[in-house]
Design a protein around this ligand. Structure first.
Ligand SMILES: Nc1ncnc2c1ncn2[C@@H]1O[C@H](COP(=O)(O)OP(=O)(O)OP(=O)(O)O)[C@@H](O)[C@H]1O
Ligand SMILES: [Mg+2]
Length: 316
């Protein structure tokens, strides 16, 4: 676990601290999102974990140890770090970029080669095609994938990701998010993920920390941030479509009822979100539609009543 205990970072020139008395426990094997406006201290918070920045006061712990007591090189090799704009070495191939940490760790070359191929596969880049390319031969989305592969290279238990999908178009971003979700389900890293984008936060986060002017405003599950925003700042930040966002966090599988009939005008897969189900209901003009399993068989139904009931259910 990563924990921040009354951590403050103050720059001499600034009138307010960049990070102000931050206390937070980042749970293991989950994605914790840091979100907030520009200048709210997200990157500073993250960079105090791998000691790119030292706090003015307070303690940052990793697995119980004060990070200042750890050897800084060892510390950084145990932490994957992916940043916006990626920061690939321009004169190194994709292979060399992804393999850099294993190389520093003096892994034998065949082991590095195998690892790089596995990782390129994992992030959806055909190894034979991409291995020998240079960064300036990659699209923005491909470069971001290489950045994520590099962060995962030495199989670190902790990943720090600072707007890793920031600089790509919405479609590529959706794809990267979906891939990230898949990878995280398999690998269960402890991830700290910085973003500006509330939809990205809701999609990827197990916990969301909302920051404002260096302070922590709310730290909660996504459902709770939406249902119970701590103050007006958070509810403005979540935006006007709170109800719809809440629906997009719930899966049809959780609310579908079993039905005797399988004669519906339309259906959605049980993996769909309630928001997608509502859209389908509105499109078809039916009060209720079918729910199908992975093979397309109808297994139940979902209707407007289920959508309303979802709002009445308390969020834990
Ligand atoms: N080296 C520095 N010297 C002085 N002030 C700094 C320095 N680095 C950051 N700051 C200030 O600290 C505050 C927090 O910066 P930080 O980079 O953590 O914000 P952020 O939330 O990551 O913002 P963004 O979303 O724009 O990346 C800002 O007000 C910034 O101007
Ligand atoms: Mg930043």
């Amino acid at each position: 676990m990563i924990s921040f205990e009354h951590v403050t970072k103050r720059y001499e020139v600034a009138e307010r601290p960049a990070v102000d008395d931050l206390t937070i426990d980042v749970p293991d094997a989950m994605v914790t999102i840091l979100i907030g406006p520009s200048g709210s201290g997200k990157s500073t918070t993250m960079r105090m974990v791998n000691r790119l920045i030292e706090p003015t006061s307070g303690v940052v712990r990793l697995g119980g140890a004060d990070v200042r007591d750890l050897d800084v090189e060892d510390l950084r090799r145990g932490i994957g770090y992916a940043i916006q704009g990626v920061g690939l070495f321009p004169h190194w191939t994709v292979h060399e970029n992804v393999g850099v940490v294993p190389w520093l760790l003096k892994w034998p070359q065949p082991k590095i080669d195998a690892r790089v191929r596995d990782l390129l596969d994992l992030v959806g880049l055909e190894p034979d095609v991409y291995d020998g390319k240079y960064p300036d031969e990659l699209s923005g989305g491909e470069a971001q994938r290489v950045g994520v592969a590099r962060a995962l290279a030495a199989d670190p238990p902790v990943l720090l990701m600072d707007e890793p999908f920031g600089a790509v178009d919405p479609l590529t971003r959706d794809r990267l998010q979906a891939e990230f979700t898949k990878i995280q389900q398999a690998l269960r890293k402890t991830v700290v993920f910085v973003t500006h984008d509330i939809d990205e936060a809701l999609k990827l986060g197990d916990r969301i920390a909302i920051m404002r002017e260096g302070r922590l405003v709310q730290f909660d599950k996504p459902e709770c941030v939406i249902a119970y925003p701590a103050d007006d700042f958070v509810s403005d930040f979540v935006g006007s479509e709170r109800a719809l966002k809440r629906l997009s966090l719930a899966r049809v599988a959780g609310v579908a009822s079993e039905t005797a009939t399988n004669d519906w005008a339309a259906s959605v897969p049980r993996s769909a979100t309630l928001r997608e189900a509502l859209a389908r209901i509105l499109e078809t003009g039916e009060r209720e539609i079918g729910v199908s399993d992975e093979s397309g068989n109808i297994i139940g139904s979902v209707g407007l009543e289920d959508v309303f009931a979802h709002f009445e259910r308390p969020v834990e």
